[in-house]
Design a protein around this ligand. Sequence first.
Ligand SMILES: Nc1ncnc2c1ncn2[C@@H]1O[C@H](COP(=O)(O)OP(=O)(O)OP(=O)(O)O)[C@@H](O)[C@H]1O
Ligand SMILES: [Mg+2]
Length: 293
Amino acid sequence: MSYIETIDLVKVFKLGNVEVQALRGLSMQVEEGEMIAVIGPSGSGKTTLLNIIGGLTRATAGQTFIAGKEITNFSNAQLGMLRQRVVGHIFQTLNLIPTLTAYENVELPMLAIKMPASQRKKRVTELLTTVGLEFRMNHKPDELSGGEKQRVAIASALANDPPILICDEPTGDLDQETGAKIVQFLHRVNKEMGKTVIMVTHDPAIARQTDRIYRIMDGKIISVQKPSDSEEANAALKVQMYRDRLAETELEIADLENAYKEQRINAATFGERWHNLTETKQFLERELHRMGL
Ligand SMILES: Nc1ncnc2c1ncn2[C@@H]1O[C@H](COP(=O)(O)OP(=O)(O)OP(=O)(O)O)[C@@H](O)[C@H]1O
Ligand SMILES: [Mg+2]
């Protein structure tokens, strides 16, 4: 049994009469201390997989083992403990509480396990300092940049010192430089703090910095690759990911433009995200062009 293992996971979502099969027999193994990347097109089941590993969602069928224990039939209370103490989760949507400061967001999981006040204060300060936000402790999420918000989310996921960290596209909305810093930090969490890390990413360069890359398609693992595998395999993987990402970025830009037209987001948010997405799109087009495609 591996440290983290899923066997034939199936997840069916029912929306009225419609059934969506998000996972269709997904098996994966992660060893203690590894850093793993999970890649795959939008809608392939990456977030669903992380939610099952993180004890947020129950699979429809299949088995899940976390830190050597089978959690498949855990009670709600046991799953609660798993979320509080074993698996730190950085959500795709970050899930920071907008009315709380950075300090309070990081403190929240500690309150849930009734950590004594003096210990909390020390730990929140330490964590926010580690992620370089010692001068932003009293800022609320809206008063922080994208990269800073991501760092608060990481600090909050590490609050109760879980042995496992799962991160859903930690660089998703960030420009390349800020994204690279976040990934660097996650490597430190893996190497220096000794945590087992599973990271969903769209970026082939980031995926290749990990120990192994699991590729998901239609709710199943279709390949497992080591970054040290052959040049051709790596090149093919890169092209596929760039193409997937380009198609998705174009959709995201269209969605964003609609949201702005319909006044669901303000000009500043629109401007920042449009700039980042366009930068990503141009980068991908340039790279594909450079590879002669
Ligand atoms: N709560 C839900 N109810 C119904 N369908 C869902 C739910 N969550 C996910 N799905 C569906 O399950 C499939 C997998 O979704 P999931 O969010 O896991 O994909 P993903 O790989 O994380 O995609 P992305 O890269 O866009 O984040 C999709 O078809 C999605 O629409
Ligand atoms: Mg997702």
